[in-house]
Design a protein around this ligand. Structure first.
Ligand SMILES: Cc1cc2nc3c(=O)[nH]c(=O)nc-3n(C[C@H](O)[C@H](O)[C@H](O)COP(=O)(O)OP(=O)(O)OC[C@H]3O[C@@H](n4cnc5c(N)ncnc54)[C@H](O)[C@@H]3O)c2cc1C
Ligand SMILES: *[C@@H]1O[C@H](CO)[C@@H](O)[C@H](O)[C@H]1NC(C)=O
Ligand SMILES: *[C@@H]1O[C@H](CO)[C@@H](O)[C@H](O)[C@H]1NC(C)=O
Ligand SMILES: *[C@@H]1O[C@H](CO)[C@@H](O)[C@H](O)[C@H]1NC(C)=O
Ligand SMILES: *[C@@H]1O[C@H](CO)[C@@H](O)[C@H](O)[C@H]1NC(C)=O
Length: 494
């Protein structure tokens, strides 16, 4: 089934992009690779867990569901998958894994853009049964179990008229976004997702289950988990501050390539002139191997109507289609057809800029045709460059975190999609090179980007720790040494 460009749809997200060939969310035909129903670790887990939990092998349909990833290149084929149903079972599983030499992985929404982060050739722990979001009106917090996607979180909270600082499009896992940092539609108002975490429930590599907060003896872990992903144990739940949420004005606008210069101007202008934390935009510039260029701009205002003029620079550019309207927050998230572009191989590579200057936008627009041709020559599907012009005041919300974000950085993300595993090397080289070109242009115009950390959720697997965690690396290593001296979590990758 193909959809015409003007009825569309689009894209996605963050890396937004148009997806013209929606793929089934899950293909059950993966079947029998690496069949090993006699794997001793899988068997030990199977024998230890309660009836609330299950182990699946490659011939089970549920195995294919469990290994699903947004990007096909992030998939690996484990010996078995495990769906724990209780924290006690997670603890038992952890003890068995710690006592083994088996590689393993833990997965929430499966949107990691690197293989081996939430995929493995050993035991894959799929957290999907951790799915009950609980709102606590008395403390204005919500408990988020680590098997849910943000769609589920918004569905649970919307009836109460509250929201949390979470993912910007449909389908993304709550846990990876949170453990990596978390850029949201509400970031201009409240900071990153990590800044509104009040507690984590964590299964340590020892199997001990602990409540981690800023005010108890696990203060170091509280800091470490805010950007530290799966390095310190398996998180089973986290608690987020909730904020009142009413109707919003938001939607998606698609533009053809002939108006990109105007959209680049609009992006720079929005960054330089907007001071209203309710307002946000996410412009992304995409090109297909056949040369077709489409920009997808998400506009957002956290009230039912936007102030006159604020978005005019975008609204006045002739569009292919637009769907900007007053609606609920959840309706907006669900209207963004991000899932339609799942199923390709892909990579994310972020660049942290001091600002989206006219020169940087010009450089980026010039990179796109070059790298689209390169992408196309290597089983390419599209290239996508997105700009995230947050308010420079967001560091005032920053809390002490493994991922330092107390100095302002404008994130941008590059996303290449392709189909053939044979193209993995070439595509990775290409995305590295275009990111390096943009970084070089920023430095050439005087941006001090070497002092800015990279957003961990937009990094390739080989990114040096210092680039993401800056001066925190030593402290994180000593926290790791304390809680995971045998480096059990090192067998998870990522
Ligand atoms: C379409 C799309 C849209 C996106 N939109 C946004 C956005 O709006 N804002 C943003 O900030 N980022 C966004 N991202 C990037 C996103 O933050 C990362 O891809 C994130 O890691 C995905 O989380 P997940 O739970 O889906 O991933 P997973 O692949 O399931 O997990 C990601 C990482 O978290 C670890 N992890 C998962 N569960 C646990 C657990 N219980 N305990 C310990 N470690 C765990 C995994 O081991 C892995 O290292 C987007 C990505 C995509 C593909
Ligand atoms: C650890 O593994 C060994 C052999 O691999 C096994 O005999 C022992 O019972 C295991 N201990 C636990 C606590 O699982
Ligand atoms: C180019 O490719 C896109 C995505 O596959 C498709 O929708 C579009 O119609 C194509 N355009 C032309 C001119 O062939
Ligand atoms: C546009 O938004 C409306 C209102 O939320 C929704 O019903 C409709 O499905 C959306 N259309 C598209 C193409 O997203
Ligand atoms: C992605 O993986 C699924 C499941 O293995 C498969 O059905 C699909 O064809 C793959 N997509 C591409 C573009 O290779």
């Amino acid at each position: 089934m193909r959809r015409a460009l003007d009825t569309v749809v689009v894209f996605l997200l963050l890396p937004s992009v148009l997806a013209f060939t929606p793929l089934p969310a899950v293909d059950l035909a993966i079947g029998a690779r690496g069949v090993a129903t006699n794997d001793s670790t899988c068997l030990a887990i199977q024998q230890a867990i309660s009836s609330a939990s299950s182990v699946y092998y490659p011939s089970d349909p549920q195995y294919s569901q469990d290994i699903w990833h947004f990007m096909n290149s992030s998939i690996q084929y484990p010996k078995c998958t495990v769906e724990p149903g209780t924290v006690q079972d997670v603890s038992k599983i952890m003890k068995i894994l710690a006592n083994s030499t088996s590689p393993f992985a833990v997965k929430c929404g499966g949107h990691a853009s690197n293989q081996g982060f939430s995929s493995t050739t050993g035991v894959l722990i799929a957290m999907t049964r951790f799915n009950k979001v609980i709102y606590h009106p008395e403390t204005s917090t919500a408990d988020i179990p680590t098997g849910v996607i943000w769609d589920d979180v918004y569905a649970a909270l919307e009836p109460h008229g509250v929201n949390v600082v979470g993912g910007r499009v449909s389908g993304v896992g709550a846990t990876g976004v949170t453990l990596g940092g978390g850029y949201s539609w509400l970031t201009n108002l409240y900071g990153l997702t990590v800044d509104s975490v009040t507690a984590f429930e964590l299964v340590l590599p020892s199997g001990e289950v602990v409540e981690v907060t800023n005010d108890n003896k696990f203060r170091d872990l509280f800091f470490a988990l805010k950007g530290g992903f799966n390095n310190f144990g398996i998180v089973t739940k986290f608690t987020l501050t909730t904020y009142p949420q009413g109707q919003i004005w938001a939607g998606l606008i698609l533009y053809s390539g002939s108006h990109w210069d105007k959209l680049a101007d609009a992006t720079v202008d929005f960054q330089n002139s907007n001071t209203d934390p309710n307002a946000n935009v996410l412009p992304s510039f995409n090109q297909y191997p056949n040369g077709t260029q489409v920009a997808a701009v998400l506009v957002f205002y956290n009230k039912p109507t936007a102030p006159p003029g604020l978005f005019d620079k975008f609204l006045n550019v002739p569009s292919i289609s637009q769907n900007v309207t007053t609606r609920s927050f959840r309706d907006f998230i669900l209207s963004i057809p991000s899932n339609a572009e799942a199923g390709f191989r892909g990579a994310f590579k972020g660049v942290s800029l001091a600002e989206f200057s006219p020169g940087i936008l010009k450089t980026i627009l010039a990179e796109i045709p070059t790298w689209s041709a390169y992408n196309g020559a290597n089983s390419g599907v599209f290239v996508s460059y997105d700009m995230e012009p947050f308010l420079t005041s967001i560091p005032k919300h920053a809390t002490p975190s493994a991922f330092p974000h107390d100095k302002f950085a404008s994130p941008m993300n590059i996303y290449f999609a392709w189909t053939s595993p044979d193209s993995d090397g070439a595509q990775m080289q290409g995305i590295e090179q275009t990111a390096a070109n943009i970084a070089a242009a920023a430095k050439a115009e005087g941006q001090d980007i070497d002092s800015l950390t990279l957003y961990p959720n937009y990094c390739l697997a080989d990114t040096p720790l210092e680039k993401m965690y800056g001066n925190n690396v030593q402290r994180l290593k000593s926290i790791k040494e304390e809680y995971d001296p045998l480096n059990v979590m090192g067998r998870t990758g990522g």
